[in-house]
Design a protein around this ligand. Structure first.
Ligand code: BT5
Length: 259
């Protein structure tokens, strides 16, 4: 994509996972900016060992290789930058009301999932944390599902496509271009304190989680409360009967509007 760092775009008809591929490339020293796009993934990865589904040729399945100059503490903003870029691209196609379910899912106004983001790091041996690679993949449901009957039982009522939201088929190349163009300035933002503040502000204004009652699955248990804010670091503030808690990472479930 001219005018961006994303000039090395590698296209695959079929691959196991664009994230897996780019992590291998990162270890081999491929510079920042490499992009992998697939028509089909035979082992598309979600978080925590889950799977990402998309029939061949229907959706945007893309990963980018970044070597962000951020400290480990700010690394969670890398997938945030990707999610925000995807929101801008999707809005450019005319979809309204698309928001982010903290931290990185894109959801329609009714809560159905439109896109998911997976960041994987390669800190490497002896890791110079500042130079380490991060591969961020995103699956955007562009043309699948076409309608509510089109989904396997486990995704029924949970997934939605851009095509369903705007009522017309989506050109995947145009969506990829719009996404990479929107991503470039946000990757730049990662490198300065002002830029990172802008990303957190944008996340705050785009985040559907705020004001809802949430259940958060944490590594050491479950937390339930009202999502009341995004901290300056981009973490989720949750008000519980036992006081306010800051969630740095976790799986969030929206229960209902907050009390
Ligand atoms: C995610 O995981 O949402 C991250 C998905 C990242 C996929 C991209 S595609 C390009 C790149 N290469 C990869 O191999 N992966 C990345 P998570 O939050 O764990 O959500 C996974 C869950 O979402 C699954 O367990 C299903 O319940 C659901 N799911 C699977 N496919 C879906 C789809 N197309 N739309 C909506 N939900 C889906």
């Amino acid at each position: 994509m001219p005018g961006t760092r994303f000039t090395d775009i590698r296209r695959f008809a079929t691959i196991d996972s664009t994230n897996r591929y780019l992590l291998g490339e990162a270890r081999a020293g491929t510079p920042e900016g490499a992009v992998a796009v697939a028509d089909y993934q035979s082992a598309g990865r979600g978080r925590l060992g889950r799977h990402w589904e998309a029939p061949p040729g229907t959706n945007l399945l893309v990963s980018v290789l970044l070597r962000p100059q951020v400290t480990v503490a700010d690394r969670h903003l890398v997938p945030t930058a990707v999610a925000l870029a995807a929101v801008e691209a999707i809005r450019g196609f005319g979809a309204t009301g698309v928001g982010i379910k903290w931290p990185n899912d894109l959801v329609a106004p009714d809560g159905r999932k439109l896109a998911g983001v997976l960041a994987e790091s390669d800190l490497g041996a002896g890791s110079d944390a500042l130079a380490a690679a991060v591969v961020v993949g995103i699956g955007i449901n562009a043309n699948w599902p076409t309608d509510a009957d089109d989904l396997p039982p486990e995704l029924t009522g949970l997934a939605v496509s851009l095509r369903q939201l705007i009522g017309r088929p989506v050109d995947l190349d145009a969506l990829l271009d719009a996404f990479l163009l929107a991503l470039e300035p946000r990757v730049e933002d990662l490198t300065t304190a002002t830029g990172r503040r802008a990303l957190v502000e944008e996340l705050t204004s785009t985040c559907d989680t705020l004001g809802t009652r949430v259940r958060v699955e944490l590594p050491d248990g479950t937390l339930e409360g009202d999502a009341v804010g995004i901290t300056p670091e981009g973490h989720l503030a949750v008000r519980t009967p036992n006081g306010d808690r800051t969630v740095v990472a976790g799986d969030v479930i929206h229960l209902r509007p907050g009390s």
